[in-house]
Design a protein around this ligand. Structure first.
Ligand code: DX5
Ligand code: ZN
Length: 226
């Protein structure tokens, strides 16, 4: 599948790779560098073997940026955190279906809280979870690493899955974003776009670079040529 030229591409730096001692400045820096979204990774040391940040940190970043905050919940249980993140200023909230007892109820809860709803798929999680949920989703998030850590290598077997998800979205006729998360870098972003993604999470590739703006520009140039 080739990338459609009418598709908007979005770049979402993941704060997981930011300098947490200077988080406000880091967020301002990626906004100035041309980011479209701020990807906010929430890990609970239960659903994934790592521990990050919660609604308090989201709330303190909210007045520091105009970027939509794209919360990626890697937590179990999910539901009690949804209204808290909505109150903390999240714009999108995604969760993993394995972490929720009632996937449809969690999607409804996110939407009732005033946020856009996303479903997140680990590399080995089948897309069958979209069968009865796609018409209520705003975002499909495909993990291209196993969740828990930044700086891992992109799992190439996710590429056909991206194409399959794009096909399902096209068939739905709805404007659902297709986000890919894990191991996205300037040198593979075009290939990921060609498979059908339109929203790209990049943690270490952006925050690990000396010049954030040059990296975002490089990614956009490669996307435009994809
Ligand atoms: C991993 C997180 C990712 C991560 C991506 O569990 O969901 O958002 O920060 O980091 P990179 O881009 O370094 O793979
Ligand atoms: Zn993430």
């Amino acid at each position: 599948m080739t990338a459609r030229t009418d598709r908007a591409f979005r770049i979402a730096p993941s704060i997981l790779s930011a300098d947490f001692a200077r988080l406000g400045e880091e967020v301002a820096a990626v906004e100035a560098a041309g980011a479209d979204l701020l990807h906010f990774d929430v890990m609970d040391n239960h659903y994934v073997p790592n521990l990050t940040v919660g609604p308090l940190v989201c709330a303190s970043l909210r007045p520091r940026t105009k970027l939509p905050i794209d919360v990626h919940l890697m937590v179990k249980p999910v539901d009690r955190l949804v209204p808290e993140f909505a109150r903390a200023g999240a714009n999108l909230i995604s969760f993993h279906p394995e972490a929720s007892e009632h996937v449809d109820r969690t999607i409804a809860l996110i939407r009732e809280s005033g946020c856009k709803a996303g479903l997140a798929f680990n590399p080995a999680t089948p897309l069958g979870f979209l069968d009865h949920t796609l018409d209520k989703l705003d975002l499909v998030l495909l993990m291209s690493v196993n969740p828990g850590f930044g700086g891992q290598q992109f799992i190439a077997s996710v590429l056909p899955k991206i194409a399959e998800a794009r096909g399902r979205i096209a068939k739905s006729g709805r404007d659902i974003w297709l986000e890919v998360d894990g191991g996205v870098r300037a040198d593979n972003i075009a290939e990921i776009a060609k498979a059908g993604a339109d929203t790209f999470v990049a943690g270490s590739a952006i925050f690990g670079a000396k010049d954030y703006a040059a990296t975002v520009r490089d990614m956009r140039t490669r996307l435009a040529a994809s």
